[in-house]
Ligand binder design. Structure first.
Ligand code: PEP
Ligand code: MN
Length: 370
C-alpha cells in the first residue's frame, strides 16, 4: 500500500541543512547545563553540523532518572542559534511542549518513540500544530507496529504539517541482542515504500546503544539510500546524564562523517550504469514472473491434494511430511548458497498458504461421492 503525500516539502527545502549531501542532526541526548550545551554545539559546528539536537523533556523508563531540564533548556537552544548560527531541534511529547517550542523559535520538533505509541498524545500534538509551518519528524513507536507509526504520521499530516519526515530508531525487544534496539530494516524499508514522499532519517545511536556500533548502522542506512541521520553527540559522553554509552564526541562524529562513512548517490548519470541496471532489472522482472507462475502451479497442486484428502477423509496437517519437505528444501537451498532463515521464511509462508487453501476446500461444499 502506498500513501502518496505529493504536497510534502522535500527536506532540501526546509532551510536547515544548506546543501550538505547528507542531512545530519546531532547533539546530546539531553541538554544538561548551559555550559555542556554550548560546548557541544561549538564543537559540532566545527565538525560541520548544521542542525543541533538536545532533549529537554526526557521520557525516562524509571522515575528518579534525569528527566530533563525542561523549558529552561529552550533558552540555551536559543543561545546556540544566536551564537553559532546552528538550527536547533528538540523532542515534544505534549501540547505544552509544542507551544513552548514554537514560542521559542525552535527550528525542528520530533516526536519520540514513547509518544508515537500513544495516539492521544500524538493527536494533542497534532492539534497544537494546526496553522503552523513547523518542521516535524516522527520516530517509530517502541514496538514494531508499522500501522501505529503510520497513524502518527497521518495525524500530523492531517494537521496541515507539510515539512514532515520520519525517523527510524529501531524497536525494543524482550531479548536484547548486540544492539540496544532491533533495527528491523525490513520494516523501515516498508515504511519508506509506504510513504515514498516523506524524508527518511535513521537514528543509529538509539539502535546501537553503544558508541562503537553507531558507524556501522549509519553506513547501513546510507547503503539503503535513506537521506538523513540523527546521531547523539556529547562533549564528554562518559559524564552524560542519559544515554552515556551511545554518544560520540563531536570530533569522533566529525571523523566518522568525513572519513568513515560512504555516501551513496541516489542514481548515476553514467549511460553505462543506466544500461547495465536496466538490463539487470529486466532480468529480475522476468525471474519474478517465473516465480509467480511456479507459485501458482504449486498452489494448484496443493488444492488437488486438498480435494484428494477430502475424498479420502484425511486431515490436512501431516507434520512429519512438512518436516521432511522443510529439511529437504533447507539442504537444497544451502547447496545453492541461500541462507537458512530466507528459505525457512519463504517455505513456511508457502506452507501456510497451502494449508489455508486446503482448509477452504475441506470446509467448503462437498462434491461427488460424499
Ligand atoms: C532521544 O532521541 O533521546 C530519545 C529519547 O529517543 P527515542 O524516542 O528514540 O527513545
Ligand atoms: Mn537518547
Amino acid at each position: 500500500m502506498t500513501d502518496r503525500m505529493p504536497d510534502i516539502v522535500s527536506a532540501d527545502e526546509w532551510g536547515l541543512f544548506e546543501d550538505s549531501p547528507l542531512k545530519v542532526i546531532s547533539g546530546p541526548c539531553s541538554a544538561e547545563s548551559e555550559e555542556q550545551v554550548m560546548r557541544t554545539a561549538r564543537q559540532l559546528k566545527e565538525a560541520g553540523i548544521k542542525v543541533f539536537r538536545a532533549g529537554i523533556w526526557k521520557p525516562r523508563t524509571y522515575p528518579g532518572s534525569f528527566e530533563g531540564v525542561g523549558a529552561a533548556g529552550l533558552e540555551w537552544l536559543k543561545k546556540v542559534q544566536a551564537e553559532y548560527g546552528l538550527k536547533v531541534a528538540t523532542e515534544v511529547a505534549c501540547e505544552r511542549h509544542v507551544r513552548e517550542c514554537l514560542a521559542a523559535g525552535i527550528d525542528l520538533l520530533w516526536i519520540g518513540a514513547r509518544t508515537t505509541a500513544n495516539p492521544f498524545l500524538v493527536q494533542e500534538i497534532a492539534d497544537a500544530l494546526v496553522g503552523t509551518d513547523a518542521i516535524v519528524l516522527v520516530k517509530n513507536p517502541v514496538n514494531p507496529d508499522p500501522d501505529l507509526w503510520a497513524g502518527a504520521v497521518e495525524r500530523i499530516y492531517r494537521a496541515g504539517i507539510r515539512k514532515l519526515g520520519i525517523i527510524h530508531r529501531g524497536f525494543s525487544t524482550v531479548d536484547r541482542k548486540v544492539y540496544r534496539n532491533d533495527p528491523l530494516w525490513s520494516m523501515a524499508i516498508e515504511m519508506h515504500s509506504r510513504f515514498p514522499d516523506l524524508p527518511f532519517f535513521v537514528d543509529p545511536s538509539h539502535i546501537a546503544g553503544r558508541a562503537e556500533y553507531v558507524s556501522e548502522i549509519a553506513q547501513r542506512s546510507l547503503d539503503l539510500g535513506f537521506e538523513g541521520l540523527m546521531i547523539e553527540s556529547h562533549c564528554n559522553p562518559a559524564a552524560a546524564l542519559s544515554d552515556a554509552e551511545q554518544q560520540l564526541t563531536p570530533s569522533q562524529l566529525g571523523e566518522m562523517l568525513s572519513c568513515t562513512l560512504v555516501v551513496r548517490s541516489k542514481d548515476s548519470d553514467s549511460p553505462q550504469w543506466k544500461n547495465n541496471i536496466h538490463e539487470l532489472r529486466a532480468r529480475i522482472d522476468i525471474l519474478d514472473e517465473e516465480i509467480l507462475r511456479m507459485l501458482s502451479s504449486r498452489m494448484e497442486v496443493s488444492r488437488q491434494i486438498g480435494r484428494y484428502k477430502k475424498e479420502n477423509n484425511v486431515a490436512i496437517l501431516q507434520t512429519s511430511r512438512w518436516d521432511e519437505v522443510l529439511a529437504s528444501v533447507l539442504e537444497k537451498g544451502r547447496a545453492q548458497g541461500l541462507s537458512e532463515s530466507f528459505i525457512k521464511d519463504i517455505f513456511n509462508t508457502i506452507h501456510e498458504e497451502s494449508v489455508e487453501a486446503q482448509n477452504r476446500i475441506l470446509s467448503g461444499p462437498s462434491s461427488g461421492r460424499q
